[in-house]
Design a protein around this ligand. Structure first.
Ligand code: HEM
Ligand SMILES: *[C@@H]1O[C@H](CO)[C@@H](O)[C@H](O)[C@H]1NC(C)=O
Length: 344
């Protein structure tokens, strides 16, 4: 009994010293926040537990992007598709596990045959498990990778708030219903953003991610052949551009054929996306309608087209905001060992 009291007394003392030293160094106390309570994200979360994290992530993203010039775009998109479904919790990375506990998001309409870069996240996770075992969450990896991908292609940088933990579940229906579709109306898209706590400036700035990367024919075909609800060819599409698109995106077939989202500078993160919209050269309906269906969005398209610095500032702010959607913190969720599977 005495011995037990002594050892628990010691444990308390050790814990108190640990907590004090963590607090003194300005470091948050992951996993010690009672009952999974919310702990604000913090850019310095891994400063002591994994100081190599940024170097490891940045080097692998740069190497993979050098091998495949589309990779930065694919990785930037992954953070968006993660955050819009039950928050930024790496739910998008979970494979089907046959357990019936959850349904993988990889088979959803927005993700199937489209979302890519999972092997790069695996490679980063393996390197981080080697350097700092059981420390860096998959959700934080995806957030840092999105920032590094933006910088690598010429876009703005920002400090990434960290300390997210990984979900124990995923949601196929969430992925289908919460991520905007390219043929949604502007009010529908605005609502889908608002439901995530994102406003019109966030919508217009974050859509600017379409300055890099590709889309498949199947994502914009309706515009070319009047297959939308009113049966008209989309008149907000430049006729010359439409003719070019039809050459490799026939009325049926060729669904997976790829087209640059930004026809002028597809590998460069710049404000060309907004200039394309002004010239009726946006690839997706969801891009063009920012100009044609809403007054507030139209004004922002003009401002970002005229001022790249303004776009970059708003993009960085909006990415931080998107990265803050419902993170699991404290001792909620877990730190996955393998981003594709829950630990048990
Ligand atoms: C506003 C609502 C949005 C809609 C309707 C939308 C829709 C789409 C569609 C249909 C594609 C092409 C997919 C394919 O055909 O395979 C795409 C690609 C892409 N999206 Fe979005 N998106 C939206 C917002 C965003 C946001 C907020 C981001 C990131 C901040 C983003 C980043 C990207 C990137 C980088 C690509 C190219 C990916 C690649 O080449 O692998 N999108 N998007
Ligand atoms: C969008 O396209 C899909 C088929 O690709 C269709 O089922 C859906 O009704 C379309 N939505 C709108 C709003 O036109």
């Amino acid at each position: 009994m005495a011995r037990r009291q002594w050892s628990s007394g010691l444990a308390v003392a050790v814990a108190a010293v640990a907590v004090l030293s963590l607090l003194c160094s300005g470091h948050p106390v992951p996993g010690h926040h009672g009952g999974g309570g919310f702990v604000p994200l913090n850019p310095h979360f891994y400063d002591h537990s994994c100081p190599q994290m940024h170097g490891i992530v940045g080097a692998i993203v740069a190497r993979e992007h050098a091998k495949d010039p589309r990779m930065a775009a694919s990785l930037l998109r992954m953070h968006f598709h993660d955050c819009f479904v039950q928050g930024c919790d790496a739910s998008v990375l979970l494979d089907a596990d046959g357990s019936g506990r959850f349904t993988t998001e990889k088979r959803s309409n927005p993700n199937r045959d489209s979302l890519r870069g999972f092997e790069v996240i695996d490679e980063i996770k393996a390197a981080l498990e080697h350097a700092c075992p059981h420390t860096v969450s998959c959700a934080d990896i995806v957030a840092v990778v999105a920032r590094d991908s933006t910088v690598l292609t010429g876009g703005p940088g920002w400090e990434v708030p960290l300390g997210r933990r990984d979900s124990l579940t995923a949601s196929l229906s969430g992925s289908n219903n919460l991520i905007p579709a390219p043929n949604d109306s502007l009010p529908t898209i605005i609502n889908k953003f608002r439901n995530q706590g994102l406003d019109i400036a966030d919508l217009v700035a974050l859509s600017g991610a379409h300055t890099i990367g590709d889309s498949r024919c199947v994502s914009f075909r309706q515009r070319l052949y009047g297959q939308n609800n009113n049966g008209q060819v989309d008149r907000t599409l430049n006729p010359g551009y439409a003719a070019q698109l039809r050459a490799r995106c026939p009325a049926s077939g060729g669904d997976q054929n790829l087209f640059a989202l930004d026809l002028v500078s597809q590998f460069r993160f710049d404000n060309q996306y907004y200039r394309n919209i002004l010239a009726s050269n946006a690839l997706l309906s969801s891009d063009q309608i920012l100009l044609t269906q809403g007054r507030d969005t139209m004004e922002l398209v003009h401002r970002f087209a005229a001022n790249q610095g303004l776009f970059f500032d708003q993009f960085a702010k909006s990415m931080v905001k998107m990265g803050n959607i419902l993170p699991l913190t404290g001792n909620a969720g877990e730190i996955r060992n393998n981003c594709r599977r829950i630990n048990h």
